[in-house]
Ligand binder design. Sequence first.
Ligand code: PMP
Length: 367
Amino acid sequence: MSIYWNHRVKTLSPYIPGEQPRDGVFIKLNTNENPYPPSPKVIEAIQKAAGDDLRLYPDPACTELRTAIAQRYGVTREQVFAGNGSDEVLAFAFAAFFESPAGKALPILFPDITYSFYPVYAQFWDIPFTLVPLAEDFSINIEDYKQASGGVVIPNPNAPTGQALPRSDLASLLRFYEQDQKGPSSRVVLVDEAYAAFGKGLEMAPLIHEHPNLLTVHTLSKAASLAGLRAGFAIGNQELIQGLCRVRDSFNSYTLDRLAQAGATAAILDASYYEGVNQKVIATRNRVSAALLALGYEVIPSQANFIYIRSRQSRGIEFFTFLREQGILVRHFNKPRIADFLRVSIGTDEQMDRFLEVCQGYRVTRA
Ligand code: PMP
């Protein structure tokens, strides 16, 4: 605590990102990065952009990037917002669409086990929220969200569980918030699709044409192997996008620099490269899941680029520590209901073979 902090800063509980070790001795399976490199076209585009033009401000509207995204998703450029990673896009969306203050506004809803940045944003903007418990098997029951609320945030697939909802469930929620909710106005349903590219038929963007209250949020950090570049975007009807622009332009008009815009645009345009890379990640995920089940571990069915697993013989922290000692870094959240689970990002086949070998050894030591 500092006497110089204002009340807001004193009462924040900031998000804690996964560890980024600086010495490369670990097999790093803790922050859901893609194990494969970005498209060579991305590197080329960034190199080309790294020239004299850096003395000029970047395009605040990210026109080329938004045009590429619009083409890819079958929407118009006015239905796309680009930001500095999806974390920024999410922070702006909380600011733009959900009411405060706590105690007065209707709470927004999100799952009790989900991306731990959501409560941080809500707290930052003083937005009341209600945590909706996942079922025993960690699934989301969409009916639980059909109640008077200030809006809904659902990641699909969910994190850190990796479980996904069918699009039809989310569509029924959108209809509820458009038509049936008693309240002054329709509320926004935000679907965070950080991991949707690793699932089957999950992407909701085509539904924005029918559902003006739908905002989908996307990142290039996972499916486009660009966590180090910081680029994310949202797709939704034009009014929602304008709302995001109003928030951005009240903070910083140039959230994506020239290099990021060039690299992100090249990534969006090279969908076929990433299709190949991500199919490999999916195949590895399915193989590793089956192997862990055969070894007696509990594995939540995943449609993401990570798996959520539990050793039946030990506490989560013990399993985490053992893996770390063996040079494998995974993510452990010491929270109610999930303290015995570990989230393991999918690495290359070679990395995952080593991981499986260590898991096999662990099972033997604990048997
Ligand atoms: N949403 C979810 C569900 C995530 O897990 C992450 C990654 N931590 C993000 C959004 C943010 O991704 P980025 O800011 O790298 O785009």
